[in-house]
Design a protein around this ligand. Structure first.
Ligand code: AMP
Length: 297
């Protein structure tokens, strides 16, 4: 298959859009891997035409985060997409997306309550920046459907909330997490890991499995605590991994049920229905996140 059409400006995007048919958008920051590619297949099942955006969005990175060193590999990305059902790739410049950059835009989005916990607590402003760029991409691309990975469960919940609250006419579709054979969730940041860290990294997935198993064997009220405690213990067993948190939320609205983290272990609500166990950990300079959904009781 040939490479998808490269649209490197808003003007090029506008003329592509004139062609008609329903549009499925897959927003990414590039450095594409099998997780991203699976999203394109799901998008193709949902829409006539698929467009992937590749944009390393500066407004979702904190001042001491990895914006500058974030992997950028457009040529390899275009080659990777050749084998997939993708019609176009939108690759705007920072200047096109944010004409006043580095001055912040005057009108921005407050990502709300879901964005204040877990990754949002660790990365203040991160989800505001995600909402800002996704809102802009929705306005520019005007997709009928947008596909996001369950890998970033909190991001998915924030986007769903934004779409509801601001009435974006876009259907949000969640794609399952794609993993390496040893359980490590694919991530563009995995390239940062040293050999030994890469060897240790599957402990996040093992922690999720241990946590869910503990929840399943605990009594109702205690299930959340059992899950986060077991997941933390599993991560702590790996010397190269510095666990940040383990948390259980209700999958539908991201309500926090139990949390183990820097502040100790806290219990908020019993787990009911579909639940998500989330973990975050630092491996050297690299922060990894992962999660697992299951049906409680
Ligand atoms: P990113 O380029 O990291 O911003 O990710 C772009 C999209 O790909 C997001 O919706 C992610 O949730 C999704 N994604 C990243 N890694 C995976 C994975 N391992 N499995 C499924 N989707 C993923």
């Amino acid at each position: 298959m040939s490479r998808p059409l490269l649209l490197d400006s808003v003007a090029a995007l506008k003329s592509w859009h004139m062609d008609g048919g329903t549009v499925g958008l897959v927003p990414t920051m590039g450095a594409l891997h099998g997780g991203h590619l699976s999203l394109t297949e799901l998008a193709a099942e949902q829409a006539d035409r698929v467009i992937v955006s590749v944009f390393v969005n500066p407004t979702q990175f904190g001042p001491n985060e990895d914006f500058d060193r974030y992997p950028r590999s457009l040529e390899a990305d275009l080659d990777a997409l050749s084998g997939y059902p993708v019609d176009a790739v939108f690759v705007p410049s920072v200047a096109q997306m944010y004409p006043d950059f580095p001055r912040p835009a005057a009108v921005t989005i407050n990502a709300g309550g879901i964005a204040k916990t877990l990754d949002g607590a660790k990365r203040p402003g991160h989800f505001d920046g995600v909402c800002q760029v996704v809102a802009k991409l929705f306005n520019l691309v005007q997709p009928d459907v947008a596909v996001f990975g369950q890998k970033d469960a909190q991001q998915l919940a924030v986007i769903r909330q934004m779409v509801r609250d601001l009435n974006f006419p876009v259907r949000i579709v969640a794609a399952p997490i794609v993993r390496e054979s040893d359980g490590l969730a694919l991530s563009s940041r995995n390239v940062y890991l040293t050999g030994p860290q890469r060897g240790a990294a599957p402990v996040l997935h093992q922690a999720l499995l241990a946590g869910v198993e503990a929840a399943r064997t605990a009594d109702g009220e205690a299930a959340g605590l059992a899950a986060v405690t077991s997941a933390m213990k599993k991560m702590e067993s790996e010397p190269l991994v510095a666990p940040e948190y383990a948390a259980v939320v209700r999958s539908d609205d991201f309500t926090l049920c139990a949390l183990a983290g820097p502040g100790g272990v806290e219990h908020f609500l019993p787990i009911t229905g579909q639940a998500t166990l989330l973990v975050a950990a630092q491996l050297g300079d690299t922060r990894l996140i992962d999660n697992y959904q299951w049906r409680a009781n």
